[in-house]
Write a protein that binds this ligand. Structure first.
Ligand SMILES: Cc1ncc(COP(=O)(O)O)c(C=O)c1O
Length: 378
């Protein structure tokens, strides 16, 4: 049996231990302690957002956005079908109708040109997803959102350290949602953050984060006791998780730089196969600076993709595909509807495959060689 190569390994720097110990020694391991503040501070610095709040997941940050916007039954939200379930579920939980639109055939991001046909009087929000850490066309999205007075929530789960026209992804819409899940560039196992770019929502966001109470104000000495003031939930993670995350956030550039080198190696190695129209490689517009979150190839058919995954598995290399389009999923059919054709979504879902890419990966040559030999055989 060949030595196996994992699809993903969580980033780990080594200094996480000392910070977790420090958090424990400081006797504050619930949420909102020293490390939560440090992480929020770094996020605010690197993104320029008005306020960053560490949460237990990107899903939590998306749910907080839905609560902040008072999404109610009857409201509609527009999102791509080619995304993870949380993008949709957070809004369906509040009773919203999901309106799925197709993705673009180049970046695989929501097609901003299709927004006009999907907007109705009921539309409350647009949720662009920065797929693979490559930004959506935010200028076009904001133009139409401003015209119809619709909120924009960036699902930037995959885009920590990515930029659109030199603005950090997640800092451009009303809210931005980050993920620090172990599959992401920067990770604490399970974690996320809500970036609040609209100053008027900060106080309410803190209340929602803290189980509906004004505990944040209490800790700042702004009230002499804290109490239940509105609806909220428990979205604040332990300070030990923030301690784990802290050194990684400090090293976001270093981690993303190493990932970018790996990404570039793949990209260069497969150029000739794209020229011969055997595969399509990722496309990154010149005005988008990406974080090398994932590397994918697109085959000409589902059959070839299946053969590729089987071939790589036989060499001990894990390659995976995603997503089952939400519009054809069980819950997607129940809570959503499509606006227009889903041609690109369906095609990409059948033909895209992801190659291993993670911080500290040292077996890339073997992956490139095996992929190259499969592609040469086509
Ligand atoms: C686009 C997108 N949105 C949301 C999520 C959910 O992130 P989390 O696991 O932090 O809740 C993910 C996770 O893979 C994702 O890729």
């Amino acid at each position: 049996m060949p030595e196996s190569i994992n699809f993903n390994e969580a980033p780990f720097l080594g200094s996480e231990f000392e910070h977790i110990k420090d958090a424990i020694d400081s006797k504050h391991i619930s949420g909102g302690g020293k490390y939560t503040k440090l992480c929020n501070g770094i996020l605010e610095n690197i993104t320029g957002t008005k306020k960053a709040l560490f949460t237990h997941s990107c899903t939590a940050a998306l749910e907080m956005s839905a609560l902040l916007l008072n999404i109610e039954p009857g409201d509609e939200v527009i999102l791509p079908s080619y995304t993870f379930s949380s993008t949709a579920s957070a809004f369906a939980l509040r009773g919203a109708k999901l309106v799925f639109i197709d993705i673009k055939n180049d970046t695989l991001n929501l097609d901003e040109n299709l927004l006009g046909q999907a907007i109705t009087k009921k539309t409350k929000a647009i949720i662009p997803v920065h797929y693979a850490g490559v930004s959506c066309e935010m200028d076009g999205i904001l133009d139409i959102a401003n015209k119809y007075k619709i909120a924009v929530i960036e699902d930037a789960a995959q885009a920590v350290g990515s930029y659109y026209r030199e603005k950090a992804c997640g800092s451009i819409g009303d809210f931005g949602c980050y993920s620090f899940h172990e599959t992401k560039n920067i990770s604490c196992g399970e974690g996320g953050a809500l970036l609040i770019n609209n100053e008027r929502c900060i106080e309410q966001a803190e209340i929602i984060l803290e189980k509906g109470t004004d505990r944040s104000k209490f800790f700042r000495g702004q009230v002499d006791k804290y109490t239940w003031v509105d609806l909220g939930s428990s979205y604040l993670p332990s300070d030990m998780l923030a301690a784990y995350l802290y050194p990684q956030l400090q090293n976001v550039e270093h981690i993303n730089k190493q990932r970018t080198e790996l990404w570039n190696n793949y990209h260069k190695s497969f150029e000739e196969f794209e020229n011969r129209e055997i595969v399509k490689r990722p496309f990154v517009p010149a005005h988008c600076r990406h974080n090398a979150h994932l590397y994918y190839l697109r085959f000409n058919s589902l059959e070839i993709r299946s053969k590729f995954i089987e071939f790589m598995n036989s060499k001990g290399i894990m390659c995976i595909f995603h997503y089952v389009p939400l519009h054809s999923s069980i819950a997607g059919k129940k809570y959503g509807k499509t606006a227009g054709s889903m041609k690109n979504t369906d095609l990409v879902s059948d033909t895209l495959v992801r190659l291993p890419l993670f911080y500290g990966m040292d077996s890339q040559n073997k992956i490139i060689d095996c992929t190259g030999s499969f592609l040469s055989s086509l």
